[in-house]
Design a protein around this ligand. Structure first.
Ligand SMILES: [Cu+2]
Length: 475
């Protein structure tokens, strides 16, 4: 565990120098260039301990055990993914803007990687920030097939203290079984309250939040019964990179006695907002700058499940401070996530002011009854026509949530800006994943500058599997 932990924290990790070779699939290498440095990422099974029991999960590790990848802006993303599983897989680089064939979405960007096979990636990294990587194949994400992808840039100083916190939801029930239970017919609304059937990681009758009953919530693979403790330097600033890699769970990140400044969301800088609690929907990231107190203290950084008391987190330990046990339930249930903070966020580098050339109306539709989720009333299938865009256009997507559940919507291959919430126009955050709360109307804008065929979907893994998925295609 120790080596894995230090890997998560430090991780300018092992790269392997391969002999000069051609990159037939993804472009060529000029003759006389230095040998390529290729980072190998192995997709493999691994064991962790959850609630005192061994859990077999999946992961993405370098040969030295480092999870994921830390690299720098301006370098190329040169990676070989080795599939060491006994099933096909494909890894998506969440938040990056690669050529579309390297985006890692089976059936859209290309085929999955067969067991025992590899795939190669090579593209320039034009912007930095806190990103992540995860399987886009089936329900593998629920088996923790995800890892950090940190791209340092001019915002980072060489010796800065930083810690990455990966949040996840975990069940001992196999993902396919969780999904099958969700798909079973729901009972009518009127009789729901009388039936508290919350068994085996299966479905909870409530239609609004948290429709999977998880066995644990993890921060860097651990629960609060045995949390990760992170040593920090008293009196020094600390950058927290928080990644919500959960399949279904949104949290309130709680800094406890500390306060921090939110400086970036989804890797993109915002005008700093001071606070003690920040919402984080599925697939989103928060960069929070904390001033570590001068005294020798330990303090938890917690993530409280929305609408509930259950929580996870890590313990920051400044100097020689004892670590106190934090309960796995908060004293009071948290509220559902709202867009209150989102309305206050302002991009540091907004898109240029411009009228949209093209607007797509996108209704988020579906029903807990039968667990059917869709876009504009259509469950995703290969015959659904893509949302057309043309290179050079400013595109706006008008998202209206017609359901009772919040949906974190992720656009692949582009960074978009939040430009309107419930009729109020403002230059909001630049993101790659936007929460659309029940009943709300959100407008996001992007410049069509990355030709290809791209996924656009709800990032709740079972909603995506049930059909809340569509594509954007350049014409
Ligand atoms: Cu959804």
């Amino acid at each position: 565990m120790l080596s894995r932990r230090s890997a998560l924290l430090s991780a300018f990790a092992a790269s392997v120098t391969l002999p000069h070779r051609s990159w037939a699939q993804y472009g060529s290498v000029a003759v006389g260039e230095k040998p390529e440095t290729v980072t190998i990422l192995r997709v493999q099974r691994r064991n962790i301990e959850v609630n005192g029991k061994l859990a077999s999960v999946l992961g993405i590790r370098q040969p030295d055990g480092a999870q994921g990848l830390v690299t720098e802006v301006g370098r190329r993303f040169r990676v070989r993914v080795d599939n060491e599983l006994d099933a096909p897989t494909l890894i998506h680089w969440h938040g990056l803007a690669p050529p579309w064939r390297q985006d890692g979405v089976p059936g859209i960007s290309g085929p999955p990687i067969s067991p025992g096979a590899s795939a190669e990636y090579d593209f320039p990294l034009r912007f930095g920030g806190t990103f992540w990587m995860h399987s886009h194949e089936g329900l593998q994400e629920q088996s923790l097939l995800a890892a950090p992808l940190i791209i340092r840039d001019g915002r980072d100083s060489p010796g800065q203290q930083e810690a990455t916190i990966m949040l996840a939801d975990f069940s001992f029930t196999p993902p396919a079984q969780i999904y099958a239970e969700l798909r079973k017919k729901r009972t009518p609304l009127s009789s729901r309250s009388a039936e508290p059937e919350m068994v085996n990681g299966g479905a909870v009758p409530s239609p609004d939040l948290n429709d999977v009953r998880y066995d644990a919530f993890l921060a860097n693979d651990r629960t609060l019964a045995d949390p990760e403790t992170i040593r920090v330097e008293p009196g020094e600033p600390l950058l927290l990179r928080v990644i919500n890699s959960s399949s279904m769970s949104a949290f309130h990140l709680d800094l406890g006695a500390l306060s921090g400044a939110l400086i970036a969301v989804d890797g993109s800088s915002v005008r700093p907002i001071a606070g003690q609690r920040f919402p984080i929907a599925v697939a989103q990231r928060l960069d929070i700058l904390i001033k570590v107190p001068r005294s020798h203290v330990s303090f938890p950084v917690l993530a409280i499940l929305e609408g509930e008391r259950r929580q996870t987190g890590v313990i920051l330990v400044a100097g020689r401070a004892p670590v106190t046990r934090i309960p796995e339930n908060a004293p009071t249930p948290s509220l559902a996530l709202t867009l209150d903070l989102e309305r206050r966020l302002r991009a540091k580098k907004p898109l240029a002011k411009r009228k949209p050339d093209r607007i797509h109306q996108i209704d988020l539709t579906g029903d807990m009854n039968g667990y059917v989720w869709s876009i504009n009333g259509v469950v995703w299938n290969k015959d659904v026509p893509p949302l057309a865009v043309a290179e050079g256009e400013r595109v706006e997507l008008v998202l209206r949530n017609k359901t009772l559940m919040p949906h974190p919507m992720h656009l692949h291959g582009h960074q978009f800006q939040v430009v309107e919430i419930d009729g109020k126009r403002f230059p909001g955050a630049v993101r790659d994943t936007m929460l659309v709360t029940p009943g709300s109307r959100v407008v996001i804008a992007f410049d069509a500058n990355n030709p290809g065929w791209w996924a656009f979907h709800c990032h709740l893994v079972y909603h995506q599997a049930a059909g809340m998925f569509t594509t954007v295609r350049y014409i």
